[in-house]
Write a protein that binds this ligand. Structure first.
Ligand code: SAM
Length: 217
């Protein structure tokens, strides 16, 4: 229950998603049993749709966890030549590299170890899609840092921006999450007011924010 949509809507949409098979099923199971947060199933479908339609060649991801999303992205479109993904936890780096290797995607997915806000500063090149899914309190910082890597028609996608309903409903805010909630609210307001970017919040999963650069007029 994400507190964003009615439970019956979530259940209905999830019920339509075909059941995972093989390694992806095992990875979802592992994530559930070990409390590793990975992309919600309906968000996964939405991102796959975007990738399939936009056919990005290069993707930058902040927040690898067990490598699930980067594997799903790579599998979705043969257009993808390279995914660079950054993860702070050493155990996750190890697990994700193993999963990526087992999937046969080691040539396409590179896991970089470290704090995304630091590592990203030395990431060179332009990316057609940038998926921000690391520390939620740092999203505005990440956004500003990755702009140098955004291709002209590139898209930035931020997951969990409605954060279990807490962003929109003060009554749901947990005390220890107050700082994250305040920062996410500020980021969403700032991006909405920023005249240089087009943005849209999609209330699917835990809330997905889409950002694209406006064309020079
Ligand atoms: C929501 S999970 C990523 C899930 C993954 N994208 C997927 O859907 O399969 C967030 C990950 O970001 C990592 N993380 C948290 N803070 C970070 C930071 N400052 N730099 C890099 N990674 C960070 C966490 O360790 C966690 O594995």
């Amino acid at each position: 229950m994400t507190n964003i949509n009615y439970e019956y809507i979530e259940d209905y949409i999830r019920g339509l998603v075909p059941e995972k098979k093989g390694q992806l099923k095992e990875m979802r199971q592992y994530a559930k049993e070990n409390h590793v947060p990975i992309v919600e199933e309906e968000t996964e479908e939405f991102l796959k749709f975007l990738i399939y339609m936009r056919k990005p060649k290069k993707i930058l991801e902040l927040g690898t966890a067990i490598g699930y999303s980067s594997i799903v992205f790579t599998e979705t479109s043969p257009s993808i030549e390279k995914i660079k993904t950054i993860e702070i936890r050493e155990d996750m780096v190890e697990i994700s590299r193993k999963n990526i290797e087992d999937y046969g995607f080691s040539d396409k997915i590179e896991v970089l170890h470290g704090d995304a806000a630091e590592v990203v500063q030395s990431v060179e090149g332009k990316f057609d899609m940038i998926f921000i899914d690391a520390a939620k309190g740092q999203y505005e910082k990440y956004f500003n840092l990755v702009l140098k890597n955004l291709a002209k028609d590139g898209i930035i996608i931020c997951d969990n921006v409605l954060f279990k309903g807490m962003i929109a409903n003060q009554e749901l805010v947990e005390r220890r999450k107050i700082t994250i909630v305040k920062r996410l609210r500020k980021f969403l307001k700032d991006i909405e007011e920023n005249q240089d970017y087009m943005s849209s919040i999609v209330p699917i999963g835990d809330g997905v924010l889409l950002i694209g650069r406006k064309e020079d007029e």
